[in-house]
Design a protein around this ligand. Structure first.
Ligand code: ADP
Ligand code: MG
Ligand code: MG
Length: 255
């Protein structure tokens, strides 16, 4: 069973004024079969965590470790991370003009599976997954994310998730910008992905509403570049009622 282990992770981002430390010692273990939610105020470093695990060149790991089943993720190229079974859905998905969704998905599946999926079964697979996510078949021929609405981008992330079946998925604000119906479709997609019990999910979110559709096993509060509290799904209800004030106050007091 897959295990993603993040230990005492410190990450700096390159800015015009030099390197700025954003993550200040993150410890987190996500195992297959578990869903973890990371919740925290804007600017607390949640996306920085997902970029660092994804291997974005702007985010420098200054100390600590990230391993997947004991293998050092930080030494892997972005492609190798995907092949190892990591999937990262970014808060702001990139547009890839001139590359159709269907080509993009097939290339990604080929990279992850180590061989090109057979065309006939692949077309069926994609059609079925698109229909489950209520995506218009015409989207298959459109350029990746180009001119997609926020909700359409998020559906396509979940489409990738369904087709690539990674071991561990990190979803950064997959719920943001979704209306009620899209939120249901996207949440159902994540729940189908979880249903095998063989995959781990790290759900990064600012709001508790997606947690009414996807029940996390663990909730972690993120503030000031680290996890400041962990609990079960009931912690989300406390956050919904009380907000993050308690934690951001502590962050200011700590400097
Ligand atoms: P969150 O996702 O929790 O809202 P982020 O990880 O996006 O937080 O940002 C954390 C902090 O790091 C913020 O103060 C943000 O301005 C800063 N930061 C993140 N990425 C960059 C970047 N590429 N350049 C400069 N500052 C950045
Ligand atoms: Mg933010
Ligand atoms: Mg963010």
């Amino acid at each position: 069973m897959a295990t993603l282990e993040i230990k005492d992770l410190h990450v700096s981002v390159a800015t015009d004024d030099g390197a700025k430390e954003i993550l200040k010692g993150v410890d987190l273990t996500v195992k297959a079969g578990e869903t973890h939610a990371i919740m925290g105020p804007n600017g607390s470093g949640k996306s920085t965590l997902s970029y660092a695990v994804a291997g974005h060149p702007k985010y420098e790991v200054t100390s600590g470790s990230v391993t997947l089943d004991g293998e050092n993720v930080l030494e892997m190229s972005v492609d190798e991370r995907a092949r190892a079974g990591l999937f990262l859905a970014m808060q702001y998905p990139v547009e890839v003009p001139g590359v159709s969704m269907s080509n993009f998905l097939r290339t990604a599946a080929t990279a992850v599976r180590g061989e090109a999926p057979k065309l006939r079964t692949w077309v069926k697979e994609v059609k079925a997954a698109m229909s489950e996510l209520e995506i218009d078949p015409a989207f298959a021929e459109r350029s990746v994310n180009e001119g997609f609405s926020g909700g359409e981008k998020k559906r396509h992330e979940i489409l990738q998730l369904a087709l690539l079946s990674p071991k561990i998925a990190i979803l950064d604000e997959t719920d943001s910008g979704l209306d009620v119906d899209a939120l249901r479709v996207v949440s159902d997609g994540v729940n189908r992905f979880k249903a095998s019990g063989e995959t781990g999910v790290l759900l990064i979110t600012h709001y508790t509403r997606i947690l009414r559709h996807i029940t996390p096993d663990f909730v972690h509060v993120f503030a000031g570049g680290r996890i400041v509290e962990s609990g079960g799904s009931e912690l989300a209800n406390v956050l919904e009622a009380e907000g993050y004030v308690k934690y951001t106050g502590a962050q200011e007091a700590a400097g």
